[in-house]
Design a binder for this molecule. Structure first.
Ligand SMILES: *Cc1c(COP(=O)(O)O)cnc(C)c1O
Length: 430
């Protein structure tokens, strides 16, 4: 399989090159030349998670990773549970928070880090990963890359603007994970990363890459859990699937899986008040407003970067896209009501992102007789607002979080100055 750029200017590359580079020079996103068809339906229900993951990803990787190693990478990527839990007759929830950092981003981060480890064995340079985070990405990347040989990871985050749990997930592992606390905001962090990734000296000395969700090695493995969910799906009709969406990576993975043959009646893009895509589907015009802060912070994104890939899958045919994709904007008020109602009715605790997914699905099912599921993208205990809404005693703190709270933060504080960060990178990677 080879990958082209959605801007059609950069040359086609292999899986290996697409992963190492992250993004093509022309500013587009890598996209596979074909979308393969899934070929595992025979004895589907008897297949293990590892086997399914391997069969899904193999055509995308081609011969760039040998089969034994790829199977091992898949097994390490999916080594936790992905239960589909029934809430009511028509609504189920796919729990994606059983990984190490209690969020779905664990899947992509684990897969990508292990691909890089494999490729690094044949490189004579260190791999340096530089990533900016406003929250959950940092934790998943830190955990996924921890102790991966030949790789040093620099995570830049805005000082005082991430939660205590998120900060400890980034800054308490040590070793090859370097936490950089920036005296600025998230945009400053992103700008620093961009400048550093383009620095000639760093590019000469190391294999420089980022670990954000535009990398295909983070995006493609997110197809795995949709297939695991379908394995657990008991109904005769195909499910409506509601995906809480920010950068639309998770939703894009579902669209790939669906084009490969995964049955799905409708895909719902569940957005918060950042409603660029719901408005686009309504009006056909892409009008971007500045991002608004909401309760579902990981989805506070004005222009979802993966949407160009979704348009590419549908060959830029908006009419066709609209027959499959439905997009809804859910307000903070509706999010809070959903958290309360789901707790009172089903004794189930939602996090704010899952609550947006639930509310969007519930609305859609009011005008159809279908059944479906939504994704619970992170564990509710990661968000203080859940305690504020439901009170102190309802939430059980998972062991993984309790262990985390006993660890110590170790970070380097730095001003918004790319030369200082560069010196730091050079001194750590000498
Ligand atoms: C990143 C994230 C999302 C949004 O996922 P995208 O792939 O960016 O659309 C939703 N919920 C949580 C908890 C996240 O961390």
């Amino acid at each position: 399989m080879r990958y082209f750029s959605t801007n059609h200017k950069s040359k086609h590359v292999s899986f290996r090159e697409a992963v190492l580079k992250g993004q093509p020079e022309d500013g587009g996103l890598y996209f596979p030349e074909q979308i393969p068809k899934f070929n595992f339906w025979k004895d589907f229900h008897e297949k293990t998670k590892e086997e399914l993951a391997f069969r899904i990803i193999k055509p995308y990787v081609g011969d760039q990773i040998d089969e034994d190693s790829l199977f091992q990478i898949c097994a390490e990527t999916v080594n936790f549970d992905f239960p589909l839990v029934k809430l009511s007759d028509s609504i189920s929830v796919l729990e994606l928070f059983h990984g190490n950092t209690l969020a779905f981003k664990d899947v992509g981060a684990r897969f990508m880090s292990r691909c890089l480890r494999y490729f690094s064995k044949k490189l004579n340079k260190k791999i340096v990963v530089i990533v900016a985070t406003s929250g959950d990405t940092g934790g998943a990347v830190a955990d996924g890359f921890w102790q991966v040989e030949n790789t040093v990871v620099f995570i830049l985050y805005p000082k005082g603007k991430v939660s205590q749990i998120q900060e400890l997930q980034i800054a308490s592992l040590g070793g090859n994970i370097k936490a950089i606390e920036v005296n600025g905001n998230f945009d400053d962090c992103q700008r620093l990363v961009k400048t550093l990734l383009n620095d000639d000296e760093l590019r000469r000395r190391f294999y420089l890459t980022s670990a954000n969700s535009i990398n295909i090695a983070r995006l493609l493995p997110q197809q795995f859990y949709y297939v695991f969910a379908y394995q657990q799906w008991q109904e005769t009709s195909a499910p409506v699937i509601s995906v809480p969406s920010g950068n639309f990576g998770n939703l894009c993975a579902l669209v790939f899986a669906h084009f490969s043959g995964l049955p799905c009646e409708k895909i719902i893009a569940a957005c918060n008040a950042n409603d660029t895509i719901p408005r686009f589907l309504k009006t056909g015009k892409m009008q971007i407003k500045p991002a608004i802060e909401t309760l579902s912070t990981a989805m506070d994104i004005a222009l979802p970067s993966n949407f160009v890939r979704i348009m590419e899958i549908f060959k830029n045919d908006l009419k066709k896209l609209k027959t499959k994709l439905h997009a809804v904007s859910i307000s903070d008020e509706e999010t809070v009501q959903a958290i309360k109602r789901v707790y009172q009715t089903f004794s189930y605790i939602l996090d704010p992102h899952g609550a947006v997914g639930f509310a969007a699905l519930e609305k859609y099912l009011e005008q159809s007789h279908s059944k479906g599921f939504f994704l619970e993208t992170a564990h509710p205990a990661k968000f203080d607002v859940v305690v504020k809404i439901l009170g102190n005693d309802v939430l059980k703190i998972p062991e993984k979080l309790k262990n985390l709270l006993s660890r110590h933060k170790e970070s380097i504080e730095i001003d918004v100055d790319h030369l200082k960060v560069k010196d730091l990178i050079l001194s750590f990677c000498a």
